[in-house]
Design a protein around this ligand. Structure first.
Ligand code: HPA
Length: 247
């Protein structure tokens, strides 16, 4: 039995949960997590589901207490973390699922490390490969099994939000090599690494990033998000189910 944490992002309320689930919380040193963790058994494994933006989906990306969330999942026994992140596509079509292998962090001012004591100790964790390669491989396999073949590489650009980007910002991200853009990929991935938790991202492309939207999605970014969120979250639910079945 493996304890698999799943962090749901925008649209987390649409993610399929077991009818019978426990609600778990624990006091911690890093403040209050976004929500209680829902726990259930599936295919002989234990799922810990956490809604990153809170039960009501109301916590903005820069106010998520990423440290409390990751500490809580670790304290509840998570052995690996699969993060679901709604993203804009930069040359990647809306509706696609992407399993990024790299990231770039453009966020600022977010509490982003557990090594925050002026007197140390500090561990300079290796982040060369920010996502766990075994977990990524299994997720990519699960996407295929679920009938939603993933784009198997990509670079996640983490922006500060909550506003969307300007066209020039997206041009810069594209030049930097980003293929998807979202507001919640960091510091979460870095904190998981600090805790030694294998972590991978399943990015749900819900719109064309700013500036590439006009010809592809004439109704605009918000209409695109509304159009693609339900389908991609439903696909993510199938992927996680296949992932657990194959684990
Ligand atoms: N930019 C940043 N974050 C996002 C986007 C976007 O276009 N779509 C969904 N999350």
């Amino acid at each position: 039995m493996t304890v698999v944490a799943v962090i749901g992002g925008t649209g987390a309320a649409l993610f399929p949960r077991a009818a019978e689930s426990e609600r778990l919380s624990l006091p911690g040193n890093w403040g209050t997590a976004s929500a209680e963790v829902l726990a259930w058994e599936q295919y002989g494994h234990r799922v810990l589901f956490l809604a990153r933006h809170g039960e009501a989906g109301s916590i903005p990306p820069h106010r998520v207490n990423y440290r409390a969330n990751m500490r809580l999942l670790a304290d509840l026994g998570a052995e690996q973390v699969i993060a679901l992140n709604a993203v804009g596509g930069i040359g990647v079509p809306s509706g696609a699922l992407v399993v990024p292998d790299q990231l770039l962090d453009y966020t600022w001012g977010r509490p982003h490390t557990f090594f925050d004591n002026p007197d140390g100790p500090t561990e300079f964790v290796d982040f060369t490969e920010p996502y766990d390669s075994n977990l990524r491989k299994s997720l990519i396999k699960a996407c295929a099994a679920a009938g939603s073949a993933a784009i198997a590489t990509g670079t996640y650009g983490a922006t500060q939000g909550p506003r969307l980007e300007s066209a020039a910002e997206i041009r810069r991200l594209r030049q930097d090599g980003c293929t998807v853009v979202g507001m919640t990929g960091m510091p979460e991935a870095g904190l998981a690494r600090e805790l030694g938790l294998p972590y991978a991202c399943l990015a749900l492309v819900v719109n064309a990033a700013a500036g590439s939207a006009t010809d592809i999605e004439p109704a605009g970014i918000h209409a695109a998000i509304e159009q693609h969120l339900q389908a991609t979250v439903t696909a993510a639910g199938r992927v996680i189910s296949c992932y657990l079945e194959q684990l």
